[in-house]
Design a binder for this molecule. Structure first.
Ligand code: TNX
Length: 534
């Protein structure tokens, strides 16, 4: 009996010990699939060399990134080598690694070996290594371990709304850098809305000359009566060169940038520039208020021609497979009032305005498909029927995502109930602060999310590409506030998207986070301290 108790105790303490070791020595977020702690450490010093079996451009990106990270942390320069057994960081392809983003990492006192299938996986290994760095001016110390790792989902995204408020290019780069630190692989940039158009389109310069500027901005709490406006002209846009620079910066971090041009709703800024694309014979101004707006695009041939020209320019900037075409919150008032729309509905033999919306989306989708692109749309694109290759981004809870997966559509899960970073972080913050959206969405709730709903069969679940957290910026004006609302909740989202369910454990996550945020401190990130040890 005594023996059984002591064995049980030893096993318990053993597990506990391994856990504690993992938290402090290996504060990796998202948590790897398998990590075996080892005694000892690898030390990067002035003699450390890099060795790689392939000299592809993609792998060179990974090695450049590692070299830069080492120099930034310690002023050291890694040397290139063609052979060597000790004091080396070795990159080698390995048939045993199956996942494109997977890797195996063997860290011993003599060497580090990174095994990978594609350069993406090698990059993920480098991000893991960086999270293990303890450095000073002369050396970087990395604790020994055997790690095997790959993501649960192919899509792990964050969306930033740059339409309601504009954020400078340098900040967008810092943001992308932070996302990639947590192995997030998609940056979705919401480029237009009722309150602003933010992407330079050369063929239609009024978009940036008129659509990018609003005369003032609604401030204060959304329930304030009377409404308060700040009386200050506000705006800005990204030139195509700047956006290409952002895409290249993201690409060096294996992040795909998904541009969103939100149509046919959320179009008031577009209409302010080109009022002829609306259904009414009127003019518009770029909106100064938040909420859902009635001013939407009219499904005229002229509108489709305009959009094709716009997307022709968009796709020269963003080389990724996906273009997000929005599709959310499209009030049908203007289409109901329009003689043209009613005739079109009859002529096309459509049932109603919902089917007209789906006609609108399909036309744009067909065009983009002809250019080799696939579309993503908010879950409203399901209303009125979908073509087969659209990906649905489920935001009004999970309903849309579940319906889409059952219909055989790819789905990205970003339900507002778990993934909306514009919501308050605690009920206390909600009480104390006057301006944020929605209810409280604390980090433990973000962490608890499972992107695969129980109601899906194993077959249907295959359509779930992964989770995404969204940051809408009606009430977020500054980079500091973007950081506060994003971190560390995006770290929780990253673990939701990467870590196998059996390896998820909230307390363990929090313990790792407490050490991991030292990096955020070093980067001067204004992350939220709720739930962290002070
Ligand atoms: C809904 S999510 C919207 C946005 C708002 C957000 C505020 C979605 C597709 N549309 O336009 O900014 O709520 O939480």
């Amino acid at each position: 009996m005594k023996k059984i108790i002591s064995i049980t105790l030893a096993v318990f303490l053993g597990i506990h010990f391994v856990h504690a070791v993992e938290d402090v020595r290996y504060p990796i977020i998202p948590r790897p699939v398998k990590l075996i702690p080892k005694v000892g450490e690898f030390v990067i010093n002035a003699n450390t060399k890099i060795l790689s079996d392939k000299k592809t451009i993609e792998l060179k990106k990974v090695i450049d990134f590692l070299e830069e990270a080492v120099t930034v942390s310690s002023h050291l320069r890694l040397l290139d080598a063609s052979s060597g057994n000790t004091g080396v960081i070795v990159f080698e392809t390995d048939a045993g690694v199956e996942n494109e983003e997977g890797y195996k990492l063997s860290i011993s006192e003599q060497r580090i070996v990174v095994k990978y299938k594609t350069a993406r996986g090698a990059f993920m290994a480098v991000q893991t290594l960086r999270q293990l760095f303890t450095s000073n001016d002369k050396v970087i110390v990395i604790p020994a371990a055997e790690i095997e790792d790959y993501p649960r989902f192919v899509h792990r995204g964050v969306m930033l709304d740059v339409a309601r408020h504009y954020f400078p290019v340098d900040f967008i780069k810092k943001y992308i850098d932070l996302l990639s630190y947590y192995k997030i692989n998609t940056f979705h940039i919401h480029l237009n809305d009722d309150q602003g158009w933010r992407i330079e389109i050369k063929k239609y310069p009024k978009l940036q000359e008129i659509g990018a500027w609003r005369k003032e901005t609604r401030v204060g709490h959304r329930n304030d009566k009377p409404e308060i406006y700040d009386g200050k002209r506000y705006g800005g846009y990204y030139t195509q060169e700047e956006l290409k620079d952002i895409v290249a910066y993201a690409d060096a971090r294996f992040i795909t940038v998904v541009p969103e041009i939100d149509i046919p709703g959320h179009a008031q800024a577009l209409l302010a520039a080109y009022p002829q694309l609306g259904c009414q014979d009127t003019t518009y101004e770029v909106s100064t208020d938040w909420g859902v707006h009635k001013e939407i695009l009219c499904p005229k041939e002229e509108t489709f021609q305009f959009l094709e020209d716009v997307f022709d320019e968009v796709i020269t900037i963003f080389p990724g497979k996906y273009i997000h075409i929005g599709g959310d919150e499209v009030p049908k008032d203007r289409w109901k009032e329009s003689v043209f729309c009613q005739q079109l509905i009859k002529q096309l033999n459509l049932k109603d305005e919902h089917e007209l919306q789906s006609y609108f989306i399909r036309r744009v989708e067909k065009f983009l498909n002809s250019k080799g692109k696939s579309i993503i749309g908010w879950d409203e694109i399901l209303e009125g029927g979908l073509t087969h290759n659209a990906t649905v981004m489920s935001w009004r809870g999970e309903k849309g995502g579940i319906a889409a997966a059952k219909l055989g559509h790819n789905v990205i899960m970003s339900p507002n109930t778990f993934m909306y970073l514009d919501y308050y972080q605690t009920t206390e913050q909600r009480r104390r602060e006057s301006v944020a959206n929605g209810r409280a969405l604390p980090i433990d709730k973000v962490y608890s999310y499972n992107p695969v709903p129980d109601s899906l069969s194993t077959e249907e679940a295959k359509y779930i590409l992964g989770p995404q957290a969204n940051l809408w910026t009606e009430y977020i004006k500054t980079p500091e506030r973007v950081e506060l609302m994003t971190f560390p909740r995006a770290c929780a989202m990253a673990e939701v998207g990467w870590t196998a369910l059996v390896r998820k454990d909230y307390n363990d996550f929090l313990n790792r986070l407490n050490t991991n945020v030292k990096y955020l401190e070093k980067q001067k990130v204004n992350f939220a301290k709720y739930n962290l040890q002070q």
